[in-house]
Design a protein around this ligand. Structure first.
Ligand code: AMP
Length: 461
């Protein structure tokens, strides 16, 4: 098996990788490193979770280290563009971690934070600048950074850049950058608009791809639950009441939706926080840190805010709403099953979201197994239940938490399901392969999952 050493990674970086616990390069790292090392432009078709940050950061650090020179005042040698503040901050952290024994300088700039501090960080010049496009242009127009010395440009999550409307900013940045440079371009999907953007930035690029989007993150076990919109919150509480869900990322389509879901979770005594575009930078950082450290068990997020979330050990992704762009589904479920772990993605599908589900299944070329609502709403046994905090004398400080618990009946959410909790789902086959009348796989009462096409490990819900 190829090692980082065989890929030509230098000793100080090997030492840092060792400290990070990386023993083997991921497929994208094996493919990307030689290309970047020979100085070619690169298009990398890869989702987050594949190790793509190190795929570009390691050879860049090596090159800056081998050919040391001062960037010059208010200038940078490497520019990394990322769509969100979280992703930018994380990329900055990765460069610092992998390059900790090199003594290279890194600055990160994004909107919603102090311009002054960012100006100071760039004043003497930096080896690596990680930036979101809008804030970078603000600094360019205030002459706090110049881009004429950029040797290497990285565009990360280019498809998200387009989704977020950064196309004009990117075009503007392209005109300021020197032509003689190396460009590395990463995107999880490659629709036509991205190809056009790539053509504008890249010169005879070499292409690599890992885990094509149509095959969906392979290790993620998926399930969909058909449920009325008005019953989704109850269903969410029932699911999250189970201890096996150790760390869950819940996706809502809108910022208000995310807030609503989070507040109701909080009122019901769950350990939850929310992250979305209406939150201040401080709030977002605090929410992420709490989630990373395991202080918060559930993070409710919108698609955009979740882009930079790099939290290992997310056991479950729950799509409270299905995304209307099928590629986003792949991004979302890719938040679990990171760095070699397994994960579970459960999607709630209201009647008016069925078209989105069809689009997702068309893109991923696989049917998402249907999970019976009866199973998901069954009352967990005492040892499977999470303990929710209570106020003095066992009562919650929150009035809503003191109300009599709602009874969840399967019939509330699923017309055809059995009304009584704890009932076995309709079975037409043997124990190992349960299906309802429509032939959909259903989950059994003892928590055993339906037989998926790619079933590997016992499912944890
Ligand atoms: P990324 O796709 O860059 O967001 O990386 C996904 C996760 O994989 C991050 O948590 C990295 O720290 C981790 N990672 C990246 N490369 C490796 C590696 N070679 N071995 C183990 N973990 C890795």
């Amino acid at each position: 098996m190829t090692t980082f050493q065989e890929l030509g990674v230098s000793a100080p970086i090997l030492k840092a990788l060792d400290a990070e616990g990386y023993t083997t390069p991921t497929p994208i790292q094996m493919k990307a490193l030689p290309i970047v090392q020979r100085g070619s432009d690169l298009i990398g078709l890869a989702q987050t979770g594949t190790g793509k940050t190190a795929a570009f950061a390691l050879p860049i650090l090596d090159r800056l280290h081998q050919d040391r020179k001062h960037a010059g005042e208010k200038s940078c040698r490497t520019l990394v563009l990322a769509p969100t503040r979280e992703l930018a901050a994380q990329i900055g952290d990765s460069f610092r971690a992998y390059g900790r024994f090199l003594g290279l300088s890194t600055a990160v700039v994004f909107g919603g934070a102090s311009m002054m501090k960012q100006k100071q960080a760039m004043y003497r010049g930096v080896d690596i600048l990680v930036a979101t496009p809008g804030r970078l242009l603000d600094h360019v127009s205030q002459r706090s950074i110049r881009l004429d010395k950029v040797e290497i440009l990285v565009l990360d999550e280019a498809d998200h850049m387009l989704d977020m409307g950064f196309i004009h900013d990117l075009r503007k940045i392209a005109t300021i950058l020197p032509r003689a440079r190396q460009t590395l371009f990463f995107s999880a999907t490659m629709p036509k608009a991205i190809e056009e953007l790539a053509a504008q930035f890249l010169d005879k690029p070499e292409k690599i791809a890992v885990t094509p989007v149509s095959s969906t993150a392979e290790r993620v076990e998926q399930a969909v639950i058909h449920v009325e919109q008005s019953k989704k919150q109850d269903l969410l509480h029932a699911l999250l009441g189970q201890k096996s869900i150790k760390r869950a990322l819940v996706f809502a389509r809108t910022k208000h939706g995310a807030d609503r879901v989070m507040k109701k979770l909080d009122a019901a005594g769950f350990s939850a926080d929310a992250i979305h575009g209406n939150k201040s930078q401080g709030q977002r950082i605090r929410a992420l840190e709490g989630f990373k450290k395991g202080q918060t068990r559930i993070l409710v997020a919108t698609e955009v805010a979740a882009r930079g979330i790099d939290v290992d050990d997310i056991t479950h992704v729950i799509n409270f709403d299905l995304p209307n762009v099928p590629e986003q589904y792949v991004h979302r479920i890719g938040r679990t099953a990171r760095a070699g772990t397994d994960g579970i993605a459960i999607s709630f599908c209201a009647p008016d979201e069925r078209a989105y589900l069809r689009d997702i299944e068309r893109l991923t070329k696989q049917a998402v197994p249907v999970m019976d609502t009866e199973m998901s709403l069954r009352t967990p046994k005492a040892d499977e239940r999470v303990q929710r905090p209570k106020g003095p004398a066992g009562r919650s400080p929150h009035p809503a938490r003191n109300r009599a618990p709602k009874k969840h009946h399967a019939s509330e959410t699923h017309g055809k399901a059995h009304a009584k909790q704890g009932h076995a789902p309709s079975r037409s086959r043997d124990e190992g392969d349960r299906r309802d009348r429509k032939g959909n796989a259903v989950w059994s009462n003892n928590g055993a999952p339906p037989k998926y096409r790619k079933q590997r490990k016992p499912t944890r819900v």
